[in-house]
Write a protein that binds this ligand. Structure first.
Ligand SMILES: Nc1nc2c(c(=O)[nH]1)N[C@H]1C(S)=C(S)[C@@H](COP(=O)(O)O)O[C@H]1N2
Ligand SMILES: [Mo]
Length: 423
């Protein structure tokens, strides 16, 4: 440990951001003297190979650097009895900021990715409407669109934590079923207005065009509030894995309800009781009774670095960083603890605090080489506080493990190895 007086903000090494400003100032000085003026300053500065000859020219569609090939989704092994079923997970421990690149957005498919030719795809709005409507892709592109940044999280994300074990889990393997993008499309309310919703319509049933017969029911109030027919994702057409040519996007609610490859919306009196809202995605409690619908995703946060399977190479200053989100509003505060929840300090919010969007936080930590347990705790604009794992287990048990938004604990041992732990 260098002999420095840190401004401590909580136990076991959490320190004030002011300390880091002084590191930055030193760094800038060093860079200035080693660039163009390097030779003059007596620094042996070799011109690297990439500065000697021109590289390849422009390309039609970009690809990441060959030095960042470890930025990869992870996915499970194919399952012969469930073709196309499964998921891939975002590499949360490598990402920064709050937008997930389209190629790294998590995926969850029940029957694989259909290869949809948009010229043969239709969106039907029918049921309890004055005028049933059919749209093709080209029609929809003519409507006025809105853009919103929203997270998407599978209800099954972090479920393994409720069962226990997973000491070797990473941020990606345990929590990678959450991503965040700018979604652009047509407010569903505009198309419903055009069809003329009858007063007795209280729900709508949304159905996808994949071989999974995926359907979900949505209460009419939510449907007209903020649901989007999304056509674009971070500025380009929605990826095939995310639902090209169009998906429903239901902000803040469990991922399953954002029906991909959307082909029908039927206005109904009652919920349709689809498979994915009865046998799946319902929460069975200790006493075997179940909540059928748990729509908004909980107030949640996660430290993405340091996180599982990383190792800290030497005692010193580390940036503890992660993401926070809430299905009910924006993130107001994120607190971080380095002593397993005994003391907490406010992290800095790095970017925008948007409604129902991933929000990046960061706080410097002076690791003294001893053991530590790092945790983060989010508080949203409605005052909801992210609960502990014990609180969730006491309330619901772990018969079903959907909708787990408990505090994640990463233990750091004296070798600097980081692993999932339960405290
Ligand atoms: N048509 C259809 N929609 C679907 C699914 C599906 O398999 N088919 N999977 C759902 C589930 S369980 C989730 S979590 C989200 C995942 O969206 P993503 O793959 O874009 O991340 O899509 C939902 N919409
Ligand atoms: Mo999901």
């Amino acid at each position: 440990m260098p002999h420095k007086i840190y401004d401590k903000v909580a136990g076991n090494g959490l320190i004030s951001r002011r300390y880091l400003l002084s590191i930055g100032a030193t760094g800038i000085g060093a860079v200035a003297s080693s660039t163009v003026l390097g030779a003059d300053a007596g620094i042996n500065f070799e011109i690297p190979s990439w500065s000697r000859t021109p590289g390849p020219g422009a390309s039609a569609y970009g690809a990441p650097s060959r030095h960042t090939q470890h930025f990869q989704r992870t996915h499970g092994a194919p399952n012969a009895t469930y073709p196309g079923g499964g998921s891939s997970r975002s590499p949360l421990q490598h990402l920064q900021g709050s937008i997930t690149p389209n190629s790294l957005h998590f995926e969850r498919h029940h029957a694989g990715i259909p290869d949809i030719d948009p010229s043969g795809h239709h969106l039907v709005i029918n049921g309890l409407v004055r005028q049933p409507l059919v749209f093709n892709y080209e029609d929809l592109l003519k409507y006025e669109m809105i853009s919103r940044v929203y997270f998407l999280e599978c209800a099954g994300n972090s479920g393994a934590l409720l069962r226990g074990g997973n000491e070797d889990g990473t941020a990606q393997s345990l929590h990678g079923l959450v991503s965040c993008a700018e979604w652009t499309g047509i407010p569903l309310s505009a198309l419903l207005d055009e069809a003329g919703v009858l007063p007795e319509a209280k729900w709508l049933a949304a159905v996808g065009a994949d071989a999974a017969s995926m359907g979900r029911s949505i209460p009419i109030d939510k449907a007209i509030d903020d649901v989007i027919i999304a056509l674009f994702q971070n500025g380009e057409p929605v990826m095939p894995g995310q639902g090209f040519p169009m998906r429903l996007f239901v902000p803040g609610w469990e991922g399953n309800i954002s029906v991909k490859w959307l082909t029908q919306i039927k206005l109904t009196r009652e919920a349709a009781q689809f498979r994915d809202e009865t046998s799946k995605y319902s929460d069975t409690l200790h006493d075997r009774s179940s909540y059928q619908f748990t729509f908004p995703m909980g107030t949640k946060s996660l430290i993405t670095s340091p996180s599982g399977q990383m190792s800290l190479d030497r005692p010193g200053i580390y940036q503890v960083t992660g993401v926070a989100w809430s299905g009910s509003g924006s993130i107001r505060r994120v607190e971080v603890s380095a002593d397993g929840g005994q003391t907490w300090a406010d992290a800095a919010i790095q970017g925008l605090q948007l409604d129902k969007a991933l929000t990046r936080f960061t706080i410097p930590w002076a690791w003294d080489g001893g053991s530590a347990v790092l945790q983060s705790r989010a508080i949203d604009s409605l005052g909801n506080v992210q609960p502990t794992r014990d609180a969730i287990l006491a309330e619901r048990g772990n018969i079903s493990t959907y909708h787990n938004h408990c505090i994640q604990s990463w233990s750091v041992n004296s070798f600097g190895e980081v692993s999932n732990v339960y405290v």
